[in-house]
Design a protein around this ligand. Structure first.
Ligand code: HEC
Ligand code: HEC
Length: 154
């Protein structure tokens, strides 16, 4: 009984100490009080210009969906019927449009079957490929991708 009581006291003491430390260390990464509402972020415009006028952006790791180096502002939204991205990047047109062809992985179904056109599972391009704005990282980090190892993962 005595040992049990001692153990309970020790556990309680540990809990109090831990919660005191945790409360001290709770600081929002946004710099605001945790309960304060988020301020609306300033709207930034995309840096890319017309397709065909810039270099692809170096990938950070080999299986990363490459980011979109050009503007997509004046393109129609990807819908069930229309996909302007494929007008330039699809297997049928990419040579004529001097655009990089959609990735090899796009011509394979989920169960590994080869297709002659890009898989429907890849239809919504912008779910994986995103245009860029010139913005500093929100949180400092020391991540170093492939590009430092092999002169750029491409
Ligand atoms: C008018 C033709 C055209 C259209 C439409 C177009 N692209 Fe591109 N895209 C290009 C060209 C050309 C490049 C090569 C880089 C450059 O010049 O901007 C490119 C580059 C890219 C890259 C970089 C590839 C790499 O290897 O780094 C991605 C990703 C991409 N486009 C995605 C898209 C998506 C998603 C859409 C639709 C929202 C789209 N593109 C619409 C022509 C086009
Ligand atoms: C589920 C995520 C996903 C979707 C959706 C997707 N992609 Fe990709 N894409 C990737 C990944 C990952 C890679 C890199 C691996 C590869 O090349 O297959 C890639 C590579 C590419 C490349 C570069 C190919 C190369 O050989 O360098 C182009 C261009 C591209 N995608 C265009 C598109 C277009 C256009 C669409 C819409 C029709 C699309 N992607 C939809 C994930 C995606």
């Amino acid at each position: 009984m005595k040992t049990q009581l001692k153990l309970t006291m020790a556990a309680l003491a540990a809990c109090f100490t831990f919660s005191a430390i945790a409360a001290d260390a709770t600081k929002s990464m946004r710099g605001l009080d945790v309960a304060a509402p988020d301020p609306v972020a300033a709207e930034k415009s995309y840096v890319g210009k017309r397709p065909g006028t810039q270099e692809p952006i170096v990938r950070t790791f080999s299986t990363q969906p490459p980011v979109i180096p050009h503007s997509i502002e004046n393109f129609d939204e990807v819908t069930l019927e229309a996909n302007q991205c494929l007008d330039c990047h699809g297997a049928a047109n990419y040579q004529k449009k001097k655009a990089p062809k959609v990735g090899d992985s796009h011509f394979v179904t989920r169960d590994g079957k080869k297709l002659s056109e890009a898989s429907a599972a890849r239809h919504n391009c912008v779910q994986c490929h995103v245009p860029q704005v010139d913005a500093p990282p929100l949180v400092e980090n020391a991540f170093q991708g492939d590009k430092l190892l092999k002169g750029g993962a491409k």
